[in-house]
Design a protein around this ligand. Sequence first.
Ligand code: UDP
Length: 313
Amino acid sequence: MAQESSILITGGAGFIGSNVVEHLLANGYQNLTVIDDESLGRLKRVDRPGVTCVKGDILDEALMASLLAGADAVIHLAADTRVIDSIENPAYNFEVNVVGSFRLLSLARDAGCQRIINASTGGAILGDAPPPVSEELPARPLAPYGAAKLAVEGYCSAFAGAYGMKTLSLRFSNVYGPLSFHKGSVVAAFYKSLLNGRPLTVYGDGEQVRDFLYVGDLVAGVRRAIETDATGVLQLGSSVGTSINTLIALMAEATGRREIPVDYVPARQGETRITWCCIDRAREVLGFEPGTRLAEGLANTWNWFSENVTVFK
Ligand code: UDP
């Protein structure tokens, strides 16, 4: 995909989307369209020269058809992204994630837009699989969110098989970094607690393990994906497993706070206990190389949170 290509980014005003937009602009892309319902993100964050901002819902077929008519590629990030919310409201999660993505694929096909990069997930699709998880493992979602993402991967594969579209699902591990103030994911939640002088809440004993990927590394992988014709499924992560307790210790260093108060509360049902991933295939296919160490990424993220605290409070 050339830099003058027209790229539609759904959910592009959210945490990952706004980082993707910044990264693509910095790399010479100048024809980006962002659609976002602003349920969490804010379009003003990505309102720059070279970016057309559209407030709207991906379930709005007429709007999506008009946006896809001029698009060469789609980076599909719009989703109901929280595992825990999907457990509380599986029907809403299904509507946004499965129905919304299916419609997007159908409309893209009608519009002749062949290239779809679909944001997916490893941990929630694979459930409690023994790490390192890879694209080869059988799927066993433990929550509706993972089931929905699995279904969308299936449709992406089917639209490639049946209609020759170039669909690629990227399974993101736990992404953290700047521009995540509105997120409820663990790094953002912990930094907000620290800034508000509240203890951190840890669900369970803190020995659950995740693969934390710095958003700067992730967006480089997404750009590489746009620049190739790769199809199928690729896992993007750091390939390092880190427990929540270790994360807190690293945060103490990153923030210079020696004592971080923590409340341990019962574990949440439906969550995967231990997951981290193998990224060999993404390395090979995309040249994906996540170079940011967790300590460094946490320090960058803390700087951003500290500098922007008044803006978001
Ligand atoms: N977690 C936590 N406290 C929080 C937020 C998350 O202990 O305030 C834990 C959560 O139980 C999970 C891990 O951190 O084991 C990662 O949670 P997150 O919601 O960031 O991502 P996911 O569950 O989708 O991996």
